[in-house]
Design a protein around this ligand. Sequence first.
Ligand code: AMP
Length: 411
Amino acid sequence: MAGEFQAPRGTADLLPENEEAHRFVVGTFRKVTGRAGFRSIETPAFEDTALFQRGVGDSTDIVRKEMFTFEDKGGRSLTLRPEGTAPICRAWIEHGMNKLPQPVKLAYEGSFFRHERPQAGRYRQFHQVGIEVIGSGSPLADAEAICLLDAFLAELEVPDLELHLGSLGSPEARQEYLTELTSYLASRESELSEEVRDRVGSNPLRAFDSDDEGTSRVMEEAPLLLDRLDGEDREHFERVRELLDAAGVGYTVDPTLVRGLDYYGRTVFAFTCDRLGAQSEIGGGGRYDGLIARLGGPDTPAIGWAAGVERILLALDREAVAPELDLFLAWTEDSVAGRIPGLASELREKGISVGFDLAERNLKGQLKQADRAGARWTAILAADDSVELKEMETGDQRAADLTDLASIVAD
Ligand code: AMP
């Protein structure tokens, strides 16, 4: 049936049969982060546009092309949040969370919005779960964050995962390296693909992602940022690796790992899943030691990650869940119908899930509804209070006492 309206491009309804799987992912996230002492935070769905311009970075694709920005009636420029870290840092500063014991460990979940070209695993409204550890520069915080994402995905049993680990060093080291890389690329310009040549000025790191044969050959000999890390950055990275090794978390060092947000420095990481095709990243994050200061707060180191709920569900390939009900109440004569809502409430209070027909069908129609509702049992009530209890899977039917219904069904 095609109605007059459809959900906007790149968005999707979360229908009941899929909502349960979604809830399972979010529930697992809460469990895993809760037992690590993280507390939940929720920030508004929109923020001042300037927060993202400053926080995520004016030169990033997200800010340049992907934000849903609008003006409110007071002429203020607002933006539907494209990511969670800048808003949480804003909240950390605004609510003086620097006075709390550090680091502050926060977990969040919600909808995020990016005006991207929709495809499998890429939407304009999507859901993320994520954490931030704000107020520690120790590699222990990096290891805690990465281990937690690993534990979360393991608990969900997401298959075929690979953890990529890299370090971006300090902003100064990165700048120096980018200059070196740009002049290296310029020195071999004639061997590069046209597309890469066009982007050298704006984003030379992207050359590492190119499939072009000539470019790949050039990149094999290109200088790597990981080899240019200075003393403390190198030590930090080595320590993170040691901690992950000690925790038994496997990873591949990926010297070309770049992330689409400006605020990262030092550790960056991403979990990919082979089953996902082009959009293979399930979740990732990194250290953003400069962000809070950039937003006007005190100089505060921090690290975090976010994972996409839709991508996790795609990787899990979970079947849509059929409805389930403990007991369906049916009746033989119209005179009994009036007692059904009260009886249903009584049984529900005892923790039993109960349904009944809301369209006043005859008994045959009611039994069909019981089937569709996924009921384990159906009780057929007669005017004389007698009850026929039918076990739906086997079709076995027996007489039962109204007062025994709850205990039989709960068994
Ligand atoms: P990011 O905030 O870009 O670091 O992304 C973190 C995670 O969010 C990614 O690993 C994806 O799982 C998910 N994600 C990002 N963008 C989208 C999108 N447009 N649609 C669906 N999931 C996304």
